[in-house]
Ligand binder design. Structure first.
Ligand code: ATP
Ligand code: MG
Length: 332
């Protein structure tokens, strides 16, 4: 089976609906056809300030949500990034073949550093994409399913793999990104021109997977729309309504046109009520299952440990080859 790699940051207590639509739904569909590795990338989360105790808890919660959303830890390798030491080690090697300017062109860095300001922006945030390249390349990954916000990072990963291979000899498979259609990007409900994020400044426009369903319904009813009053997809002129349509279509598997027809001549209130029902019924069982798993953290930790062992075996083989190729003296 071809290899698949993807991950998410444990940067909040709950994942948001963009993570679910943009990532988890694909992971679930793809896991049967691939040798899949799904990581909770806690080292990545450290690129912005984290409270230590809270980070540990968020890491467990993120893993629980993967499982609750349908990732099978007996079929896929579901593990915590920091449990596999090779990630940090390969990132160092790759950082030595990454151009400063090349890293500086990453738009996620530009966005996040602008948000945090010079002094709160860490070097780790700058080298984030290099660590992500290490994550992917360690596993000889064929495909990387990500939301389109991560496309540029996967491009960099490909560049680094090709550069390493041609400079030192074949060590890495050059991975292909699997990017969902443009419609798979979910936007903030209050600010529908910027993407929904776990680490958004305000969570008024963020739909959390683990939130009380009544709260999510309320957020949907308050979502920003426009004055036109017709349920119609038009990303340019109606970003709010278009975003709600995208969510509706993604969760029901229906065509946007069919949903537009259903709500033709009806107001936004009706449409939002319909969407709230869809969202609540989708997340209710996921939430219940995740909370069950979190009731037994010791069992969850055991699952993660067993999976980390599987990941270690693959990652260590790649790292040893890389160390050899770049000329590090082997410890006998
Ligand atoms: P953070 O704000 O901490 O960066 P995030 O919500 O952007 O969090 P990540 O952990 O960076 O989440 O990304 C996890 C996965 O979810 C990635 O595959 C990413 O492409 C996808 N993703 C994140 N946000 C969205 C979104 N709004 N729409 C679609 N996919 C998304
Ligand atoms: Mg992100």
């Amino acid at each position: 089976k071809p290899r698949l790699y993807s991950g998410m940051q444990p940067s909040a207590d709950s994942l948001q609906i963009g993570n679910y639509i943009g990532a988890l739904l694909q992971w679930r569909d793809l896991q049967g056809s691939y040798d899949a590795f799904f990581s909770v990338v806690d080292l990545h989360a450290l690129t912005v300030a984290q409270d230590p105790a809270a980070l540990r808890e968020k890491t467990r919660r993120t893993a629980a949500q993967y499982i609750a959303a349908g990732i099978e830890p007996s079929q896929s390798t579901l593990y915590v990034q920091s449990h596999v030491r090779a990630h940090a080690e390969l990132a160092w090697i790759l950082s030595t073949i990454t151009g400063f300017g090349e890293a500086g062109r990453m738009t996620q860095f530009k966005d996040k550093s602008a948000r945090y300001g010079q002094d709160a922006t860490s070097v780790g945030l700058f080298t984030y994409p290099v660590l992500m390249a290490a994550d992917i390349l360690l596993y000889q990954t064929d495909v990387v399913p990500v939301g389109d916000d991560q496309k540029q990072h996967v491009e960099l990963t490909r560049d680094l793999a090709e550069r390493f291979n041609s400079r030192f000899g074949e060590a890495f498979v050059v991975p292909m990104p699997v990017i969902q259609k443009e419609t798979a990007r979910i936007y903030d409900l209050q600010n529908p021109t910027s993407k929904m994020s776990k680490s958004a400044e305000s969570d008024a426009g963020v739909l959390w997977m683990l939130d009380d369903p009544a709260k999510s319904a309320k957020k949907i009813m308050r979502a920003v729309t426009d004055n036109e009053g017709s349920v119609r997809f038009d990303r340019e002129n109606k970003p709010g309504v278009s975003n709600l349509l995208t969510i509706y279509a993604a969760l029901t598997g229906r065509q946007i046109a069919a949903i537009e027809d259903e709500y033709a001549g009806r107001g936004y209130g009706d449409f939002k009520k319909g969407l709230a029902e869809v969202v609540v019924s989708e997340f209710e069982p996921v939430r219940t299952r995740a909370l069950e798993l979190l009731d037994d953290p010791a069992e969850l930790d055991r699952i993660l440990a067993a999976n980390a062992e599987r990941a270690d075996a693959v990652a260590d083989a790649t790292l040893a080859d890389v160390y050899d190729k770049v000329g590090l003296l082997r410890r006998v």
